[in-house]
Write a protein of this length. Structure first.
Length: 469
């Protein structure tokens, strides 16, 4: 008859030793595993021990009493961690509860106290865990049908809107914004119109003006669009229409009709007053000298030069040299109170040209200080010319126009046009400021390198650049 027995001990060798002591050497080891003994319900706490399953075929020999006595004496010898295992005998198909096994093991008093403490602690933890009742999950209303109805309604509205848009005539899309500098530009217009766009873009016209011109160019007859020469003529007419010019300095009627006999001026006669303003280094003094020379030597007018530029010693010396060469009187004004008496002193001349110090457009105080000189009162009007270099950036030109607007300038003069190849900013700025251009200076030679502003001349410069590329 086959009989299986289980031995629980702290380790495998103790369990095997107990099995051999009881069953002898003729036994078969079937299985070994680790079990937890003690603790609450076999789950919390307890000790891990080894369970050894052995099998014998015949009835086991009787165990000697002396061996059992020795075993009992060893188990009660002390309270050390190692104790003799408990022996449990059962059939192989029976279930063994580790708690019953552990209850049959004789433990020292100290170990029993630890087990009781673990049991009490685990019992309290289990009671606390059982007392927690999780909140039941909220019952969510099934909104599937309502959501599907909303989706269907939105889809119907979208279909209706799409069908309405499809029935409407689509306007021709016009791309007018120039690409950023350095970026590759693809064709956005038909070939000849694209050449017009590229011409304006290379001439550095401002973006709003390019948009305006291109919209108008698309409305010309189709036959003209296919002929480049006809298209250029349409462009020339368009640009000339945008270019505002003014005639040269026109003298007061009183000055032109005064009595030539005698030196006394006519009653109520006042000379023409013209002031030149602008930033530093744009060529105000040189431009003034060119205009004065042409008025005196070619137009045979009496002129007088006046400067309020006392910031630079070289400036007063330069304009006094020009006055000596031309043979006209020259005055320096150091304070506002001297301005009006100086004008009244020279009432017999036809025109007084006023040179001013270069002012930064970023310094509002300097611009306002200049305004005090240019508005002396007593019904004296001064025509103000804003002098701008054509070589600066268009954004800086806009800044100058904005800030010098505080002195209420009347007309524009562009200098250094011989140093630029892009004329678009000149025309763009005049169109944006809605101010006419009176002179264009194209060099340093006095008095030759200056000319009255002429729209066809500037437009020809712009269009001819296309033919040179």
């Amino acid at each position: 008859m086959s009989l299986s027995k289980f031995y629980v001990a702290p380790n495998y060798f103790e369990a095997l030793k107990s099995a051999k002591a009881e069953l002898g050497e003729d036994l078969l080891i079937v299985n070994q595993r680790k079990v937890k003994v003690g603790g609450f319900l076999g789950l919390f706490g307890g000790r891990v021990m080894v369970e050894l399953e052995v099998r014998v075929e015949d009835d086991p020999p009787p165990v000697k009493k002396s061996a059992r006595a020795r075993t009992g004496s060893n188990s009660s010898a002390g309270a050390g961690p190692k104790t003799n295992p408990a022996v449990i005998s059962r059939q192989s198909n029976e279930f063994i509860d580790p708690r019953s096994v552990y209850s049959q093991v004789k433990q020292p008093q100290q170990a029993e106290a630890v087990v009781r403490a673990d049991y009490q602690q685990n019992a309290e933890a289990l009671a606390a865990a059982q007392s927690f009742q999780p909140r039941p999950a909220p019952v969510r209303e099934d909104n599937t049908d309502r959501l599907m109805d909303m989706v269907r309604t939105m889809q119907q509205q979208l279909d209706t809107l799409t069908s309405k848009m499809a029935k409407q005539p689509q306007p021709q899309q016009i791309i007018v914004s120039p690409p950023p500098s350095g970026a590759s530009r693809g064709a956005i217009y038909p070939p000849n119109l694209q050449r017009v766009y590229d011409l304006l873009y290379r001439a550095e016209f401002c973006e709003p003006l390019i948009n305006k011109i291109m919209i108008d160019m698309q409305n010309i007859p189709e036959a003209s669009k296919d002929d480049w020469e006809k298209l250029k003529e349409h462009l020339r007419i368009k640009l000339v229409g945008l270019f505002k010019t003014a005639p040269q300095i026109s003298l007061n009627e009183e000055a032109e009709g005064r009595e030539t006999a005698g030196d006394a001026p006519a009653a109520g006669k006042m000379p023409k007053l013209v002031a030149f303003v602008g930033t530093t280094g744009v060529g105000k003094t040189t431009t003034l000298a060119k205009i004065a020379t042409n008025l005196v030597l070619r137009a045979k007018k009496k002129a007088m030069l006046l400067t309020i530029d006392t910031y630079r010693v070289a400036a007063t010396h330069q304009i006094s040299t020009y006055a000596d060469i031309i043979g006209v009187p020259f005055e320096i004004i150091y304070k506002e109170s001297d301005f009006l008496p100086c004008i009244m002193k020279h009432r017999d001349v036809d025109v007084i040209l006023i040179d001013t110090a270069g002012r930064s457009q970023r310094n509002n105080l300097e611009v306002l200080e200049l305004r005090k000189f240019l508005y002396p009162g007593n019904n004296i009007d001064i025509e103000i010319f804003l002098v701008i270099s054509s070589t600066i950036k268009y954004r800086d030109m806009q800044d100058i126009i904005k800030n010098f607007g505080k002195v209420n300038f009347n007309k524009l003069i562009f200098t250094k046009t011989d140093e630029t190849t892009t004329w678009g900013p000149i025309l763009s700025l005049a169109s944006e400021a809605d101010k006419p251009i009176i002179y264009i200076s194209n060099g340093q030679n006095v008095p030759d390198d200056i000319m009255p502003a002429e729209a066809n001349y500037v437009v020809k410069k712009i269009i001819d650049n296309e033919d040179l590329i």
